[in-house]
Design a binder for this molecule. Structure first.
Ligand code: GDP
Length: 450
């Protein structure tokens, strides 16, 4: 995800690695890497220009603090990379934030309405289902209105989603969308539902008929929220679309879909800056549970290749209790986790479902996805090697010498090279974790992490 954007930041980080001072030349060179990748990712030109200027101003102009006091009271030097990454993180967050996921719904029990708009194929119908599923979990009673009457399959698609979610779907053939929406509200009152989600028609491009119809629906039911569903794969075009929809309908915010694919990231970075309206949710896959609240700091972290620590912890909370998640975070971020913790983390990830979705959020892998892309098979191998280690070796992998490698290799049925490779990767992860753990800016953003 967002590989194109991440590439530039990664190059900048490599350039700064090991440097102690952030000189103007280094800043300019690093910003050149970032600028190229932002443009390649289809971030709007003006946004790139502003972002680069803001980072430059801060990085060159600020008096560089050379030491910080960490949580344990220890003084530590701040490297040029730490400093630069912190500025980029803050600016990325400022670009996409502040966080605003409110749907402006009335209190439970009173009828609210959400109007979903977007171009055809953007994922509007799917997202309407996802949002209904989310509202159900929050104890609301949604009703879906199938107002995309021009694409017959859209009505059926929504009915199928409704059946799956056990949510009523309102539709009457032959009725025009503005009237259909109104009757949908009446049906919701009758069925004691408290949120109406209107799935409106999309077109391949914005046209006058589409806009006039949407304006008529809005005037007829006065929804509490109007959300534009945007395909993140489309880049700058989707930002232009967003601006036009906003001009005509006064949007409340956006849902960016298909962020799980190889979206270049342009829309995610430009849309707020260009329109002034917030991104509220991200679509991260086709199934109903793949809708995430948008948190700018999480996405900034992922873009910088640190992994989305807070997002990861939220996923943890679903499987383990909060206390344990917090302890795990603390341990992970201390940079002193052992092989035992490493394997426990992997076991935990496996419980959390499809691995691939999670890897990017996982700090262990965030910066290493290029080197390490373990599939289920590879994880089984890792577990086999781990099982063949003694307790002491698990806690102190640095003690593992050639003869121990051979013993672990025999015990696990893996080649000695594989054991060596595992130890090497583990060492790299330890290093990455150390970097994250020592970055006080990142730590401060983790709830409960003092
Ligand atoms: P609509 O024409 O805007 O109503 O679009 P649909 O809801 O029919 O979605 C178009 C296609 O995009 C379908 O194949 C969806 O499964 C897919 N889709 C929607 N949201 C996402 C997402 O977040 N990730 C991925 N990978 N696919 C999505």
């Amino acid at each position: 995800m967002l590989e194109t954007v991440t590439k530039g930041f990664r190059a900048a980080k490599n350039r700064l690695a090991g440097k102690s001072e952030l000189t103007p030349d280094l800043v300019d060179e690093s910003l050149r890497d970032i600028r190229v990748s932002l443009l390649e990712a289809d971030v709007a030109f003006d946004v790139v220009k502003k972002f680069v200027a803001r980072v430059r101003e801060k990085a060159v102009g600020e008096v560089v603090q050379t030491t910080v006091t960490d949580a344990g009271g220890q003084k530590r030097r701040v490297s040029a990379m730490d400093h630069f990454v912190k500025i980029c993180h803050d600016e990325l967050q400022a670009l996409m934030g502040p966080v605003d996921t409110s749907l402006h719904l009335k209190p439970k029990g009173q009828l609210s309405g959400i109007m979903m708009v977007g171009l055809q194929g953007s994922g509007k119908t799917t997202t309407t289902g996802k949002l209904a599923s989310r509202l159900l979990q929050e104890g609301r009673k949604p009703l879906l209105v199938a107002a995309d009457i021009y694409r017959p399959a859209a009505v059926d698609q929504l009915k199928v989603l409704g059946e799956r979610l056990k949510v009523p779907v309102y539709h009457e053939p032959g009725v025009q969308p503005p009237e259909l929406a109104k009757r949908g509200y009446a049906a919701a009152r009758e069925q004691k539902c408290d949120v109406v989600l209107i799935d409106t028609a999309g077109r391949l491009a914005i046209d006058e008929t589409l806009m006039t119809e949407l304006e008529a629906i809005k005037a007829n039911v006065q929804p509490d929220t109007i959300l534009l569903v945007c395909d993140a794969m489309i880049g700058q075009d989707s930002v232009r679309t967003a601006a036009e929809f906003d001009r005509r309908l006064t949007l409340d915010g956006f849902i960016l879909t298909k962020l799980d694919g190889d979206a270049r990231g342009g829309a995610a970075l430009s849309i707020k800056e260009v329109t002034g309206k917030p991104i509220k949710f991200l679509g991260m896959g086709e199934s109903m549970d793949k809708l995430e609240e948008f948190r700018p700091e999480g996405l900034a972290g992922r873009i910088l290749g640190f992994g989305d620590i807070v997002g990861l912890m939220k996923d943890f909370e679903k499987v383990v209790d909060e206390k344990k998640a917090e302890d795990d975070a603390r341990k992970l971020l201390s940079g002193q986790f052992s092989m035992k913790d490493f394997v426990e983390q992997i076991r935990m990830v496996r419980k959390m479902g499809p691995l691939k979705d999670l890897l990017e959020k996982f700090p262990l892998f965030g910066d290493l996805t290029e080197h390490l892309n373990p599939d289920e098979k590879e994880l089984t191998k890792i577990e086999a090697m781990y099982d063949s280690m003694t307790q002491k070796e698990r806690l102190r992998p640095d003690l593992i010498n050639a003869s121990r490698i051979n013993r672990i290799s025999k015990g696990s049925g893996r080649k000695p090279e594989e054991v060596r490779e595992l130890l090497q990767k583990f060492g790299m992860m330890q290093q990455v974790m150390g970097t994250i753990g020592q970055n006080p800016g990142l730590l401060g953003r983790i709830p409960g992490f003092k």
